[in-house]
Write a protein that binds this ligand. Structure first.
Ligand code: NAP
Length: 538
């Protein structure tokens, strides 16, 4: 048996959260290390290598803001940067601040157990190595456990098949092949148009359509990048005061304050504006008011009809079961035009469900589709999936998966009662899932770092969220979600996933805080300013 290696802090995951968290802990002078399951850093941007994978956030709002030097040195080449470039960026950051030496790769934590006597966490990796740490800070991300569908005969299929999260590092041949894509969420909507002109035939197996609006990507020239650099303070200030953490300022009018012509004019403008403007700068009540939401949904449906030549296909691409932006809105580049191609075929699974996979392809109730490659863009066991797959035992041996069986319960998305000395950056019930991820991550890292500084400088060896403080936060999380029309949607925002046991229809989870980034940041700042009243320390 190996002897456990001890550190003051173990950080889980070398993605966007872990990279910044380790920098701050090392700056603080703590003995900290990152344990990363993959063979290299990057998290989401290391794993999602599928064609078309890119930011939906403006690149310059996605990068870290903590270092002026870094902001000055890095040139984002596109307004919405692609996965290879994003991975290069994260490597650039790690090299610049010499962070790799604090990271261990191929280090998947399988189990962690709180040892009350020693006041530390004991962690066991997949390879049997053991670590111990006074504090564990998690940066495991909210979309890092892919979910595969459960169809009969899946393992019989002899062609290539993989989930987009596991897209191989080696080039995947597409030319001349018959390819199937299952899933029309943000991932499917990116991958479908990106491969449509390369493959021989493309079959999209759609269960339910999603709303989607244009991304508006474009290159960023040297001159434009200089201009962006000169505005960085303003850009990050905008992100800090807007609900979703984007550089799109809110529309001051409410839906009912505007005439139908004025609404139409605003929506025409927003539809043509890159990025999430159509959400962030829309009338705020489209997210909470049925009538407002119905009208914007009708508007976007019209735009889809204008772009898809075959009216039958257009109708199949328009969601009928949920309103605009009540599930995570994917942004698209020529997605609707892909269906105007002769080699792209929409297979509507609501009309002709899949019966089984076969050795050669997919059998629906209507016909057999022979395929060389099947791509599963079927999403994730979101937010709590990665926690559920680790054996985490807190005070008294309580299991985290058990505690969170019907949904997570946290204090400010940062801690959970019964699991002392465990901190979460971008945890469940924070704003990481509901706003521009890295903006939330930076705030989370800052909070965790200051808290650890506060605790360690006072010789505190045990910290735990108080039960009543957690209950109060969960109440606020629930109330915020219940105000939104999205509360009824069947997507990962509400914890719905038919491929994951216990996450099917009828179960609603409260996975993210929907009160907006500014209010969330105010709450966590207050918690610190009040001397961390919600946390027991000794
Ligand atoms: P997703 O939004 O959960 O979509 C999964 C898709 O797979 C849905 O269309 C779903 O259909 C379908 N599906 C699942 N199981 C199926 C089955 N058994 N049979 C047929 N269809 C099935 O997953 P995602 O597209 O990977 O996106 C997840 C999140 O990742 C996004 O919401 C976003 O936050 C993030 N993301 C971000 C970017 C970006 O920033 N640009 C890009 C990609 C992903 P139903 O709707 O019927 O369940």
């Amino acid at each position: 048996m190996n002897e456990a290696r001890h550190h003051d802090v173990v950080v889980l995951g070398a993605g966007v959260s872990g990279i910044y968290q380790i920098k701050r802990l090392v700056d603080l002078g703590l003995d900290a290390i990152v344990l990363e399951a993959d063979e290299d850093l990057g998290g989401t941007w290391y794993r999602n290598r599928y064609p078309g994978c890119r930011f939906d956030s403006e690149s310059y709002t996605y990068g870290y803001s903590f270092s002026r030097e870094l902001l000055d040195e890095w040139h984002w080449k596109e307004r919405f940067s692609s996965q290879p470039e994003n991975l290069r960026y994260l490597n650039f950051v790690a090299e610049k601040f010499d962070l790799r030496r604090h990271m261990r790769f191929d280090a998947r934590v399988e189990a962690m157990r709180w040892s009350e006597d020693e006041r530390l966490w004991r962690l066991r990796l997949g390879n049997g190595d053991e670590y111990s740490a006074r504090f564990v800070v998690s940066g495991i991300g909210v979309l890092s456990t892919p979910a595969m569908p459960r169809y009969p005969g899946l393992s019989d299929f002899e062609g290539d098949a993989f989930h987009t999260y596991g897209w191989p590092q080696d080039p995947v041949p597409l030319a001349g092949r018959r390819v199937g894509v299952m899933g029309t969420g943000a991932t499917g909507i990116q991958v479908i148009p990106a491969i449509a002109d390369e493959v021989d035939e493309l079959f999209v197996f759609q269960r339910r359509p999603n709303w989607s609006t244009p991304l508006g990507n474009a290159p960023i020239s040297e001159a434009e990048m200089d201009e962006i650099r000169s505005r960085y303070d303003e850009i990050f200030a905008n992100c800090a005061v807007t609900h979703g953490g984007f550089d799109h300022l809110p529309e001051p009018r409410r839906f009912r304050d505007a005439t139908p012509e004025e609404r139409r004019a605003l929506w025409d403008e927003l539809y043509a504006t890159p990025g999430f403007a159509i959400m962030a700068s829309n009338f705020p009540d489209i997210f909470v008011d049925e009538d407002a939401n119905r009208e914007i949904s009708e508007y976007v449906a019209r735009r889809i009809r204008e772009r898809v030549k075959d009216p039958t296909v257009a109708e199949k691409l328009i969601p009928k079961d949920h309103g605009f932006a009540t599930q995570r809105l994917p942004l698209e580049t020529n997605y609707y035009e892909a269906y105007n191609r002769e080699n792209v075929h929409l297979v509507d699974l609501s009309e002709t469900p899949i019966e089984r996979f076969t050795q050669r392809g997919v059998q629906t109730t209507d016909r057999h589709y022979a395929l060389h490659l099947m791509v599963f863009a079927t999403g994730f066991d979101a937010v709590t999936g990665s926690w559920d797959r680790m054996e985490v035992r807190g005070a008294g041996g309580v299991s985290l998966a058990e505690k969170w069986r019907d949904g997570p319960s946290t204090y400010l998305g940062l801690m959970t009662h019964g699991f002392p000395n465990l901190l979460m950056v971008a945890g469940p019930q924070s704003v990481s899932g509901s706003t521009n991820f890295p903006r939330a991550i930076e705030n989370g890292v800052e909070w965790v770092t200051r808290f650890l500084e506060h605790a360690t400088s006072r010789g505190v060896t045990r910290v735990e969220a108080r039960e009543d403080a957690e209950r109060e936060w969960v109440r606020e999380v629930v109330a915020a979600q219940e105000r939104m029309l999205l509360r009824r949607s069947r997507g990962w925002f509400t914890g719905y996933n038919a491929n994951v046991a216990g996450h099917g229809e009828g179960t609603v989870r409260y996975l993210a805080y929907w009160g907006g980034a500014p209010r969330y940041n105010e709450r966590i700042r207050e918690a610190a300013a009040e001397g961390y009243r919600g946390i027991a320390m000794d």
